[in-house]
Design a protein around this ligand. Structure first.
Ligand code: AHR
Length: 499
């Protein structure tokens, strides 16, 4: 079936920040220890970072890396993780010992090696406004006061200049250590924002928010003038307690109204006359929620095997199929379309657990989602232009909840570059069996057409150790012809580049 697309390059929807291709890493399972930070590993560099993982992170040009949590941060005291002597602490969020050998200095070093912006999420659970602002002193003051002096003593004379700070993580949730009521939250964020800005007025601050009116109105009434971002999180295939991945069709059902959170928060900001002043940092998102049973519902008699061992199930690479790739492309398209209000998005997490990169002692596996980031970061433009297609067919899909939804079979995005000629069109084909031919718009001549196709043999294809099923194939289609047709296969993510 042919799908003709019309593109108006003069109708610019916005210029997206590179930070919508951001990532997140948490002190959970094998993301940090035995993941990126593995001193003594044959592939570790002089600072203990896995060089194979660093290289993969650089290839997708990670623009910003949020750390150290996530639930972990809501009982984390940053001072335990700096200095010559690190004392292990008990991580009450994930019920494991935190060795504290990876702390702020190691994190900043990691960001420098990747070439990304640091984004520190502070402890607004058991922490105080003072502890949060002391962290900003440690990172951003030259040498004034004991915390900046401490950084210098620890061998880091230059301030780190951490620009992005988040007050808290999901403190609205009962699962968080030190959870807060809407009232408490607004006041704590106001005080924390005040003190952090007294340390460094140049920082950009976000605070944990929800697509929920009460929570956000309280937050924004108390300190809307002091915030630059609202932090929003979303996982769709909820598997914290039961590791039962949604199948392909159920995952396509999750693409229905994929941008609802951004739209709802946009509405609240508009009502509060803060649209344009405050942006959305979608700083935790993933189709699949992390599997960590029983940790929030501690019952008598729950053994370590009931809550620690099951975390290894996140490492099952067969979970991450073309469903994850197609969903990820649809989400990134939505973030691009909402780039006037979404300024950052962080895939949760980047490494291991549900990440786009899997590592073990031998090496790494690039999961299907990694290749979507590769396509978007390396082949899509920074300027979102208007694309429409009259006759995109729809299909009915049934969600994991048993409810039927109707979704368009193609999710498309058109982009140009602000600094060079060319056009790049992303096309996610959600259909499990059907191919389509995208008929390119008229009005271009003499340019070369290249298509990058991410796919596998079936919708359930995945990559694993010794198994590479999901790959990007590049095809040169020659010089642009009016009405040129570009086939896109079932369950695929495609980027058509005309330049
Ligand atoms: O499942 C991981 C957790 O999801 C993160 O630590 C938290 O921020 C979110 O609830």
């Amino acid at each position: 079936m042919k799908i003709s697309v019309q593109i108006n390059e003069k109708r610019v929807l916005g210029k997206r920040s590179p930070m919508i291709y951001g990532h997140f890493i948490e002190h959970f399972h094998r993301q940090i220890y035995g993941g990126i930070y593995d001193p003594g590993h044959p592939l570790a560099d002089e600072d203990g970072f896995r060089t194979d993982i660093l290289e993969a992170m650089r290839k997708i040009k990670v623009p910003v890396l949020r750390w150290p949590g996530g639930c972990f941060v809501s009982a984390y005291h940053w001072k335990d993780g700096v200095g010559k002597h690190r004392t292990p602490s008990f991580d009450k969020a994930w019920r494991v010992e935190e060795p504290n050998t990876f702390g702020t200095d190691e994190y900043i070093k990691l960001c420098r090696k990747i070439g990304c912006e640091p984004y520190i999420c502070t402890n607004a659970g058991t922490g105080t406004a003072e502890e949060m602002s002391d962290w900003a002193e440690y990172c951003n003051l030259e040498s004034e006061g004991k915390y900046a002096k401490w950084r210098v003593e620890n061998g880091n004379p230059q301030p780190y200049g951490v620009k992005y700070w988040s007050v808290g993580n999901e403190n609205y949730g009962s699962w968080e250590m030190g959870a807060k009521s809407a009232d408490e939250w607004g006041r704590l964020v106001r005080e924390a924002a005040k003190m952090i800005r007294r340390v460094d007025p140049g920082v950009e601050l976000s605070a944990a928010a929800l697509p929920d009116v009460d929570w956000n109105i309280n937050l924004l009434k108390n300190c809307g003038q002091n915030l630059d971002w609202l932090s929003i999180h979303e996982y769709w295939d909820m598997m914290a307690q039961e590791n039962n991945p949604a199948n392909y069709e159920q995952c396509m059902a999750y693409t229905d109204r994929i941008d609802h959170s951004a739209e709802e928060v946009r509405g609240i900001l508009k009502a509060m006359r803060l649209e344009g002043k405050i942006k959305i940092a979608f700083d935790e998102w993933n189709l699949r929620s992390w599997h960590h049973p029983n940790v929030h519902t501690v019952k008598q008699g729950v053994q370590k095997a009931d809550y620690l061992t099951p975390r290894d199930k996140n490492d099952d690479n067969s979970t991450y199929t073309m469903a994850d790739a197609v969903f990820t492309a649809c989400f990134l398209n939505a973030m691009n379309r909402n780039c006037d209000i979404v300024g950052m998005a962080n895939f949760a997490p980047i490494l291991n657990t549900r990440g786009c990169i899997y590592s073990d002692k031998e090496g790494i596996v690039l999961r299907s989602t990694y290749h979507v980031f590769d396509l978007y970061v390396n082949h899509m433009g920074d300027t979102i232009v208007d694309l429409w297609a009259e006759a995109v067919p729809k299909m009915k899909v049934t969600g994991k909840d048993g409810k039927e939804r109707t979704v368009k079979v193609l999710d498309m995005l058109a982009t140009t570059w602000s600094d060079r000629p060319g056009l790049a069109i992303a096309v996610a084909n959600k259909h499990r069996e059907k191919s389509f031919s995208v008929v390119l718009p008229v009005g271009r001549g003499g340019e070369k057409v290249t298509v990058y196709r991410l796919n596998g043999k079936s919708e359930d294809s995945y990559n694993d150790v010794g198994r590479t099923e999901v790959v990007i194939q590049e095809e040169e289609l020659g010089v642009y012809q009016e009405g040129m047709e570009v086939p896109v296969g079932p369950h695929s993510v495609n980027v058509i580049v005309i330049k």
